[in-house]
Design a protein around this ligand. Sequence first.
Ligand code: HPA
Length: 272
Amino acid sequence: MTMIEKIDAAANAIREACGEAEIGLILGSGLAGSISLENEKSIAYQDIPEFPVSTAPGHRSEWVCGELHGKRVCLMRGRFHMYEGWPMEKIAMPIRVMKGLGVKALIVTNAAGGVNLGFEPGDLMLIDDTINYSGLNPLIGQNLDEFGPRFPDMSREFDPEFLKTAYEVAAKLGISLREGVYMWFSGPSFETPAEIRMARTLGADAVGMSTVPEVIVARHCGLRVLGVSCITNMAAGILDQPLTHQEVLETGERVKEKFSTLIEGIVREMKL
Ligand code: HPA
């Protein structure tokens, strides 16, 4: 099977099990259970042909489709990280499957470490730009011209209208937002204090192990993107305490309600 045939096979299985969508939503660590859709239908990743199955703790493994405020949304409960050892094409696949299912807008969320010293655990940050510090790129390999050009432009990764909508929705709901640059480290080890000092010097406000590859693939195939980070912990070396995945999950749990209210409000107001 060619890559295009694999993407089509996965999209067909999902379409049959739970239908198409106009908005794609990827939920980060500890945030997977935070959103539910109306008339939800789902398919387990293991039942989607050629699809990877997430292994990270705090991540489930199902593709869900349904409605939210009258809009068709597909939701990935569980995402794929480079640190799990997936080849680039598998990391790219879900985004391309979304494109095949009619998705126009991608909302990508994550748990992230706060690098900006003005941030606190529990803050929500709109991502306005990214730094790819992984040395990896999901578009490495043969270009799929059907999806986009060999050298896609990344000068405006995040949709200005979606950012504006997010601020308006947050203001109405009384939710305060941060905004900043998300820097991608491959993981799975957390960063060192020296790496975090470097990240801050380079202009990062938050660090994490996901999102950037998904955004690159989404922009390659012309999806409009909104990114939201949940600052689950201060990054390494800022506080005198070790970093744990437990803290990431606990903060995710604590902000779940604020997070889901914001995301649902954004979906309601988003103009596609
Ligand atoms: N570093 C990288 N990834 C993360 C962090 C962090 O501090 N917190 C949550 N995801």
